[in-house]
Structures are given as structure tokens and as C-alpha cells.
Design a protein around this ligand. Sequence first.
Ligand code: GAR
Length: 203
Amino acid sequence: MLRVLICVSGGGTNLQAIIDAWKAGELGDTQIVRVLSNNADAYALKRAELAGIEGVCVSPKEYENREDFHKALLQTINDANPDLIVLAGFLVVVPKEVIAAYRNRIINIHPSLIPSFCGTGYYGLKVHEAALARGVKISGATVHFVDEGTDTGPIILQKAVEVKEGDTPKELQLRIMEEAEWVILPKAIRLIADGKIAIGDKQ
Ligand code: GAR
């Protein structure tokens, strides 16, 4: 069984897509063991509660410095004993010690077709604002493994979505969520649960 920990920061629509897929029996031999938020007010925590999944908050505001916050984050993750960590709208830079301890076992959803509109400063609506400002006609979403860089790890799945004339950032964001994110994130978890993803050495 694949023990999955899901990390969130906000509304949690990607978390909801995973929960719905899980409840529909679409995630294979998977258990969502815990939801971790850095934000006590995240609606995602409510979604976890409604689904009967234990939620936990580790907020940087409760720690004197970044180092203590990182230690608490690692400890909380270790307590859940996950096989896979899913960053589903988790807007914290994952500390090096977490990446080292869970190498190739952390995946992230990013709301663009990497390598476009990704890296430092590109998160949430900012990604869509940048895509519209550049005038791209196609955008989409990417699920990738997390390494020490920002959005640089190996790509697992991508899905393209059409940008429509006159789109606002919010309209584009919603279309990308509905058509891509909520589809490929559960799908990636299923592929991992089924043992269908392997990481080879880079050429
Ligand atoms: C999603 O669009 C996700 O792709 C994005 O934040 C949103 C969270 O929404 N993540 C990033 O931008 C990471 N760089 P949600 O809380 O409703 O799932």
C-alpha cells in the first residue's frame, strides 16, 4: 500500500480531486494518511476533515526562525511515515533536508507547461498573469518530482489547455485546474501506486 501525505496551503481543490479519485477507487492501493498545511486557515484542512482525513498545521509563524520551522516540518512528515509526499498547492519552498530524506518520493503540481512560467516567483495566479502577458495560446499543467531546484525535477505528466481570447488570469486558472490539474495529479499518484514510474540517471 502507498501511504500518501498531501501538503497544502490554500483552497485545496487539488486535494479534493485526489480525495474524490481515492473515494471512487481510482488510486489503486493508496491510503491518504494525512494532510499537512503551513496555514491554519487553509480551506484545504476543512476538506480533509470532511473526508475524515487527519489534518495537521505546521506554520512558520509558530517558530522563532526558519531552521526550527524546517525541523518541525521534517518531524511532522516523518510522523506520518509516508511513501509519497504530494505537494498540492503547497506554497512553501521544501527544505533541503526534506528533499534529501524523501528523494524521488515528492511530487508537485505546477500550473503551467514546464519549462514555461515556472521557477522562483511563479506560483498561483502569477503563473497565469505571466502566460497571458506573454500571449501564449496554449498553457497547461505539469506534475513533476521535486528536487533541490524550483520546478526543475523530472517531469511525470503534462496536459495542455487552450488559452481563450479575452481570458482573465482567474478564468485561465480555473480552466487549467478543471482540464489539467485535477486530472493529471490523481493520475500521477495512480501510476506511482501501480509501480509504473521509474527514475533513471540523467544523460
Ligand atoms: C494550483 O493551481 C496549483 O497548481 C498551484 O497553486 C494552486 C493551488 O490551488 N501551485 C503552484 O503554483 C506551485 N508553484 P488549490 O489549493 O485549490 O489546489
